[in-house]
Design a protein around this ligand. Structure first.
Ligand SMILES: Nc1ncnc2c1ncn2[C@@H]1O[C@H](COP(=O)(O)OP(=O)(O)O)[C@@H](O)[C@H]1O
Ligand SMILES: [Mg+2]
Length: 299
């Protein structure tokens, strides 16, 4: 059996009367990319700070590569990109990285190689003040990669990135995951993580309310599927008769059905033959799925 890179059991954290985390359990394996999703205040940053050993848990157990959070062993294996990483705008990327390497008692000579790794090699000698938001996130990632960590903890690393920078950022994470680094990243939007993670964990009001791959969450949510059927010229009334419950929207018949009835309905539509010009099946959107789970616990 593989040893988990991160193992959290029955983790609870209270700040006075506020239960920031309640009985959360989670394990992450080497090379696994896990997205921690939740609205503001769901407990994402709190969980990350506990994993890092920056704040203590109220109860429960956390092991990072088999060690206590914050212990020397754990610190050597885990890297963190905080929610609002700020860099010195007057420093070049190279100077900033050299500085971080010195702080970690590592050879500052690795700075260029780390910047190359995150695709900032060519910009290494430019001042960070001239970098785009996506480039600054990469500086943060380069910093997090110092010492080849086995666990990357990234707090909302893609918020505010445009879709292209976001895709590049995930492609970069894939490379590290492929080498066995486990990745835990948080986000407040499901659309931001989409298919770029192996597993999604949804926190709501400090509770873990759902966990699984996107297809698994889709099945679990069991939200209705929408179907749009376009009638061949003149056949809309015939289709309306054949498909009770449908409504006409701009010449197309719109209907929704439970997942379990989807195939039967598709069969009936196929049976209408030539009367149908086109058919579109629209699964529930990511936002629908996300709201379904994050509402469940009420905030
Ligand atoms: N240092 C703190 N003192 C008191 N309450 C806190 C502290 N840090 C976080 N909280 C509370 O814990 C809950 C979870 O916060 P947080 O982990 O920052 O959520 P997220 O990162 O998902 O937005 C919120 O209700 C927040 O107000
Ligand atoms: Mg946060």
């Amino acid at each position: 059996m593989m040893t988990s890179t991160l193992k959290i059991s029955a983790l609870t954290k209270r700040f006075g009367d506020v239960a920031a985390l309640s009985d959360v359990s989670l394990a992450i394996q080497p090379g696994e990319r896990v997205a921690l999703l939740g609205h503001n205040g769901a407990g994402k940053s709190t969980m990350m700070k506990i994993i890092l050993g920056l704040i203590p848990a109220t109860s429960g157990r956390v092991e990072v590569c088999g060690a206590m959070p914050g212990s020397a062993t754990a610190r050597a294996q885990v890297a963190y990109l905080p929610e609002n990483a700020a860099f010195h705008p007057a420093l070049t990327g190279l100077e900033q990285l050299r500085h971080y390497l010195s702080l970690r008692s590592e050879d500052p000579g690795q700075a260029q190689q780390l910047l190359d790794q995150v695709g900032l090699g060519a910009a290494a000698r430019r001042r960070i003040g001239t970098y785009s938001k996506g480039m600054r996130q990469r500086v943060g990632l380069a910093q997090a990669l110092i010492g080849a960590p086995r666990l990357l903890v990234l707090d909302e690393p893609t918020s505010g990135l445009d879709p292209v920078s976001r895709r590049d950022f995930y492609a970069l994470l894939d490379q590290f995951a492929a080498r066995g680094t486990a990745i835990l990243l948080s986000s407040h939007a499901l659309t931001e993580v989409e298919a770029r993670t192996d597993r999604i964990v949804i926190l709501s009001g400090g509770h873990l309310v759902a966990e699984g791959s996107l297809p698994a969450l889709r099945r679990l949510a069991d939200l209705p599927v929408a179907l749009h059927v376009t009638a061949r010229n003149g056949y809309a009334p015939a289709l309306m008769d054949a498909l009770p419950g449908a409504i006409l929207v701009g010449g197309a018949l719109h209907m929704a059905c439970p997942q379990s009835e989807k195939l039967a309905l598709l069969g009936r539509i196929a049976g209408l033959g030539d009367k149908v010009a086109d058919l579109e099946v629209l699964p529930p959107s990511l936002e629908d799925i996300y709201s379904h789970f994050s509402r469940r616990d009420g905030q």
